[in-house]
Design a protein around this ligand. Sequence first.
Ligand code: ATP
Ligand code: LTN
Length: 334
Amino acid sequence: MLDGKKVLFSGMQATGSLTLGNYLGALKNWVSIADEYETFYGVVDMHSITIRQDPAELRKRARTLLTLYIAAGLDPEKNCIYYQSHVTGHAELAWILNCFTYMGELNRMTQFKDKAAKHADNINAGLFTYPVLMAADILLYQSDVVPVGIDQMQHLEITRDIAQRFNAIYGEVFTVPEAYIGKVGAKIMSLQDPAKKMSKSDENPNASIYLMDDPDTIMRKFKRAVTDSEACVRYCDEQPGIHNLIDIYCACTGKTPAETEREFDGKGYGDFKTAVGEAVVGVLKPLQDRFEDLSKNKDYLNSVIKNNAEKAQYISNKTLRKVQKKIGFPERIR
Ligand code: ATP
Ligand code: LTN
């Protein structure tokens, strides 16, 4: 609890350009529930360097991501939007939590296995302990809820395990967080292979809709989206391509799958794909316009970056000091 409200933490990596999957699975939910919580939204640039990054590119992407948080509807006066690397407690708590996390637990993480396979030439220790830094992000603010897509569930479980283990030894130090998974859009699949999740690191640009894609590109990508052979708009597991497009349509329009089936009864894939494309353009265009406006306002963005980092540093220090005391680090002399 912070100022009588429950605490929410979430974050995204500044790697690659955000996709519609990131938006519908995470960012959109962040905005819809923000008012109910005291919120912290990190641009988790420290997580990004587990994969080799070009410095100038990382800096640019981090700023783009922070701007997108605001463009998506998060008011930075009410939501603490900041760069993870500006708040020292993340790394400090992560080190401590590393000493309360087992190699065997980290070995089971599917994201580690996937990323290690993709980057076989750079399987660094940071990639391995990535979930511990994520646990530190969350526990540092005594977070109650963490809105994420389904793919992050395993990391949430390990965070809970670490918190409970620590609390069992030292008393109730950490709030044990819950994941918040949205009802629609929790797992948007690739437009080219509906068995794979839509991912910003996919090499095929036609597999993903990027938040910055222009309307023509969006319509073209949906026209080319892989569909099935039944030629009717039905929400079922046998038609994974159409299933995914219905999920996208519902997440963008607020309609249900049953309503969508009725709306397109007797119509072919072509009409449906056009409607999905238009629904997505309708959601992304205003976001893109706000992004353009915000990007021009450098002073405003800089003040958000500074003020929120200070706020996050101040609040996170409380947890950090408590943890340091509990584990027996010597007191600071003032
Ligand atoms: P990468 O391809 O670099 O691993 P990613 O696209 O998977 O990146 P992340 O930065 O790992 O994105 O995730 C940011 C947030 O978006 C997380 O909460 C994650 O659960 C959510 N998310 C990512 N991809 C999808 C998707 N296809 N559908 C729904 N949510 C998603
Ligand atoms: N691992 C997350 C990003 C992330 C995160 C967090 C999400 C880092 N720290 C804390 C929620 C809470 C991912 O989306 N890949």
